[in-house]
Every structure is written in C-alpha cells, then in structure tokens.
Ligand binder design. Structure first.
Ligand code: CMC
Length: 392
C-alpha cells in the first residue's frame, strides 16, 4: 500500500524526541546535553559524563562524590557469574560472551523487572555502568586464561578497568596515568551517539517493557557488527591484511571498485559528512599513547598514517566525504594499550552502556512512548490457494 513511507536504513526517519545528544554531521559537531564533546573529553571524567547523560546536568562536587560512591558500590558482580563465564569456550569471541553474560544479569536482578519504579530504573542504570567494566575485564581474563581480578574501587573508572584487565596476582601492577587518561578518553568519546543502530535496538527492545539488562544485551549484539562497533576490530585487521605501505594502492583501488564489496574499514560515517569531532581528539590521544610507550616503528601504524593521508587527499574519498572515523584511531590506540583486537568492540560496549541506558530511561519516562513497531511495504505473492504436497 502507499500508506507508509519507505525509508530503508531509516536515513530520514526520526524515531523519537531526545534531549541527550545533538549531532550536526555536516559541521562535525557533537554535543551532550549541550556540552561540546571536545570540552567533555579534555576536561571531564567518564563518570561525570555518565551523570550528565543520565540526569541532564553536570554534577556539583557533592553530587559527583555521591554518584562515584554509588557506582563503585556496584562494581562487583555476583560470584556465581564467574561460573557462568566458565560455561563458554576459551576461544569464544568476547562479544559473544558479553551478549550472554550481560543478558544473564537480568536473571540476577529480578527487581529490575519493575521498570515503572524510577528508583529501580536508576539502580539498574548504575548497576550496568558499574558492572560492565568488571564483566568486560572478566571476558578478557577468561579469553587469555588468567584468573579474574576484582575491582579496585580507590582507582577511577578507567584506571580500575586497566587494573582488572592487566594486573596478575603474581606481579605488581601499577596503572600508568597517561594510559589511564587515554582509556578514559576512549570511554568518554564513545559514551553516546544519539540514535545509532545499537541505541535504536535498545530503545526498540525496551519499548515492549523488557528487562533493561536484556535490552542492553540486545544493544551489544547489534554493536558487534563490522558496520557499527565492530569497525575498530575490522579496521585493525584490515591494517594487518594490508601489511605494508607499498600495498596500500591495491587496497585503495579495491575500495573504489564498485564491483568489489571491499570497504576501507574505519572510514566513512552515516551521519558525519565532515571530520568526526571524536576522531580528531582520538587522533591526538593515539599519538600521546604511542609517544608514552615509545612505539615508533610499527608497520601497522605506518600503514594507518599513510592511509589517513591518502583518504584526506584522494578525490574519491573527498567527493564521498569519507573521513577517518573514531574507530580508525581507537583501534590503533587499543592495540598499543595491549588489548587483542577481539576486545576492541567490548570496550566500545563498556563506554556505550551509559548512552544506551540513558536513552532507554528517557524513552520509558516519555509519556508519548509506544511500542516500536515499524511497518513494511509487502512485495510478496498476492493470496493463492494451498496445493497438497502430492500435487506439487
Ligand atoms: N570505503 C569505501 N567506500 C565507501 C566506504 C568505505 N569505508 N564507506 C562508504 N563508501 C562509499 C559507498 O560505496 C557508497 O558509494 P556509492 O555512492 O558509489 O554507492 C558511498 O560511499 C556511500 O556509502 P553508504 O554505504 O551509502 O553510506 P552509509 O551512510 O550507509 O554507510 C558506513 C556508513 C559507516 C556503514 C560506511 O561508511 C562503512 O561501511 N564504513 C566502513 C565501516 C566503518 O568504519 N564503520 C564505523 C562507523 S563509525 C562507528 C559506529 O557508528 O559504530
């Protein structure tokens, strides 16, 4: 019928009203609750940004101390969850493990099924923000075969995460503050990005009144794809596949070839048709981390820097407005921090959890909220009669 607007990929459909995040893709602007991402990433800390996304305002000092305390009180996971991890194969992709374990939280927190209670909604939000780094670090430790490390609550969010990932019981581990700050920046830059695919998934799942932990698991599943959060992993794998600077022209030619499905991972964005403001900050952070770790002659990095140069000057990329995106730089930084590529999207999920839950909360609290139920343009058969199998 002609009753519905056909909009594949929802490129021109607003699915909701939201006060959380503003993007101007043509100008390369990203604001959270009105604050530019550059200022938040340079001057704020991750939990401050979480507070801002959830409550709409930056916290006062007392509010911030109270919020930090509320989050750190929930960083531990139920001891039984460790056994849940052990049900997975060690070589399982950590994103598969995340989908399962975060979904399983819905079985641990039955109180969260009462989403009509604002207090329960806030407790679920805080539990998710607090437990995601612990679960992500456990996924990493399980993957590499090391014992789980409990949270260290005197450290800040990012430093605690690095501690849970890289501390081992038999050795002293001290978090490098420059690397912790880089981790914090990665978390801030990925915290929210309005109605992207995974956030829309969380909203759609939540619109039926489902348990919030299960909704976040749905968001994790969506984020996993290489066109979305999986792009940081895919970008680094691609750099490895290219291998050396002299092979770049071959891959650039493939990216331009209409008959070749190959795309340069880490380039292009649905909304940004200008330099992604997050990519600019990430680029600076990448160089800070490489400088701190003294990484100079990394062939992957040489390929990355050369690709960046080409993409910013080649007419194909200029005409199609394909700039390096945040995943291009975050992949390189995370590799330098010591994470295996399979963990990259997991770290994105840790950061995006606050965006997901803030958007979920906003939706539940919106009086005009309805179950999400898109329509379709039916292109199948018109009505026809059943033929018994003997006659087919
Ligand atoms: N390499 C080569 N050509 C590309 C690329 C690329 N990375 N991205 C888009 N194009 C071309 C595409 O072939 C198309 O050409 P034509 O107009 O001749 O058919 C044109 O640019 C427009 O592409 P599109 O697929 O219509 O654009 P989209 O808005 O649907 O896709 C995208 C956006 C991010 C999925 C896409 O640019 C892409 O696949 N990039 C690589 C994956 C990636 O880095 N994703 C991370 C996105 S940022 C983080 C996040 O949101 O999670």
């Amino acid at each position: 019928t002609g009753a519905f607007t056909y909009d594949p990929g929802f490129t021109s459909t607003a699915s909701c009203e939201s006060e959380i995040t503003y993007i101007d893709g043509d100008e390369g602007v990203l604001l959270h609750r009105g604050y530019p991402i550059e200022q938040l990433a340079e001057q704020g800390d991750f939990l401050e940004v979480c507070y801002l996304l959830l409550y709409g305002e930056l916290p006062t000092r007392t509010q911030k101390e109270d919020f930090d305390l509320r989050v750190t009180r929930h960083t531990m996971v139920h001891e039984q969850l460790g056994w849940f991890f052990r049900g997975f194969r060690r070589d399982a992709h950590p994103m598969a493990v995340m989908c399962g374990v975060v979904g399983a939280l819905s079985a641990f927190y039955h109180d969260s099924t009462d989403i009509s209670d604002p207090q329960q909604r806030m407790i679920a939000s805080i539990r998710l923000i607090a437990k995601m780094p612990t679960i992500a670090a456990m996924a990493y430790k399980y993957h590499v075969g090391q014992p789980f490390v409990y949270p260290k609550n005197e450290l800040n969010f990012a430093a605690n995460f690095l501690h849970m990932c890289f501390a081992v019981p038999c050795e002293d581990y001290k978090v490098n503050p420059i690397l912790a700050r880089a981790m914090e920046r990665i978390f801030i830059l990925h915290a929210d990005h309005e109605q992207n695919a995974s956030t829309s998934t969380v909203r759609l799942a939540g619109s039926s009144g489902a348990n919030p932990f299960a909704c976040i698991a749905a968001g994790i599943a969506c984020l996993w794809g290489p066109a979305h959060g999986g792009a940081n992993e895919a970008a680094l794998n691609m750099l490895g596949e290219i291998g050396s600077v002299d092979r770049i022209p071959e891959f650039i030619a493939r990216a331009k070839d209409k008959n070749d499905p190959f795309r340069l991972m880490g380039f292009g964005h649905r909304v940004y048709k200008n330099y992604d403001p997050r990519a600019k900050i990430m680029q600076k952070t990448t160089h800070e981390v490489l400088g701190e770790l003294g990484i100079k002659d990394d062939p992957l990095l040489d390929v990355a820097m050369e690709l960046e140069k080409i993409a910013l000057t080649d007419p194909y990329f200029i005409e199609k407005k394909l700039y390096p995106n945040i995943d291009f730089y975050s992949g390189i930084t995370l590799k330098a921090l010591g994470f295996p590529t399979t963990m990259f999207t997991v770290l994105f999920a840790v950061a995006r959890t606050v965006g997901w839950i803030a958007q979920w909360k906003e939706m539940i609290e919106d009086p005009s909220q309805k179950i999400g139920r898109p329509r379709q343009l039916y292109t199948g058969h018109t009505q026809r009669d059943y033929t018994p199998i003997a006659k087919r």
